[in-house]
Design a protein around this ligand. Sequence first.
Ligand code: SAH
Length: 328
Amino acid sequence: MSDLAAQLRARIEAEGPLRLDVWMAACNTAYYAGPNPLGRDFTTAPEISQMFGELIGGWIGDLWQRAGQPAVRLVELGPGRGTLMADARRVLARLPGLAEAPLALVETSPALRALQGERLAADWYETLDDVPDDRAIILIANEFFDALPIRQFDGQGGETAVTVTEAGFAATSLPAPGTAAGERAEAGEAVAARIAARLARHGGAALIIDYGYAETQARDSLQALRHAASADAFADPGSADLTAHVDFSALARAAAGAASHGPVTQGVWLARLGIEARAAALQARNRDAAAAISAALVRLTAPAQMGTLFKVMALTAPHWPQPAGFDA
Ligand code: SAH
């Protein structure tokens, strides 16, 4: 048994079943602290192609210029291997005033912080609250919110929890009277509210990209992935990536005070930002990679791949300009 499994077992024996969000937070903290999970268990958009981070760099630069080139801090939540921001910063290097902007990375995993440090000059923080709140921010979060813990209600006065049996961990239910069926991402909503408060104070924008749905709906979207295959979310804690679909409408509601844009599907958003032209330009420069670039374009944008399931939403300070990609 792993140390985490022993700890969780002892805690359940002492205190009773653990709520799903508590279990999920403990499992994911251990999971992301382990040896580089990205690429082994799942592949994210910036790891598929440099085009993803480059287009986001272009989006940041365009918005910043139209906002009047204010002093900003770039912030990324859950930067993984640092690939997205490294690709974005190559584009931003052409914009004096933004190229030198300080970069704040919010990352709990020591292993991932080390990988990010190989690619990026940055300051690291445990939570968004620890990032200095002294100027406008442009914040990016790709596949961050799906990793945050959720609560899950059955609509019959119960909520998902985890207990121990002789055979190991198992799902059970705890009383939650008066709750409607569905999932609640309280941790994610709290982050969205804190982003909105910062945007209201100093200005700025946040770009949230994740898999999920545009309208609140009752469903069970908890998923565990190990070695790119689905696994049991209630076994072997810390060995699998636990995620849930992101409820974008709930995040937008929690971000009261900020203007929200979208969500639009990732395929549509990337097309509006010009991914086809970017792919053609890269292919013209590197004929040998032409087929790989075409394949990456399809993976990022095709409806049957990441194009529709993944959504893009922006939050902006009320007085900031309309961000690119959200207007038809
Ligand atoms: N954005 C990256 C990585 C996505 S994986 C990409 O697109 O490739 C999720 C990332 O969020 C990892 O870096 C993980 O360590 C981080 N993370 C997960 N939960 C977190 C939390 N509660 N606080 C800070 N970082 C967290």
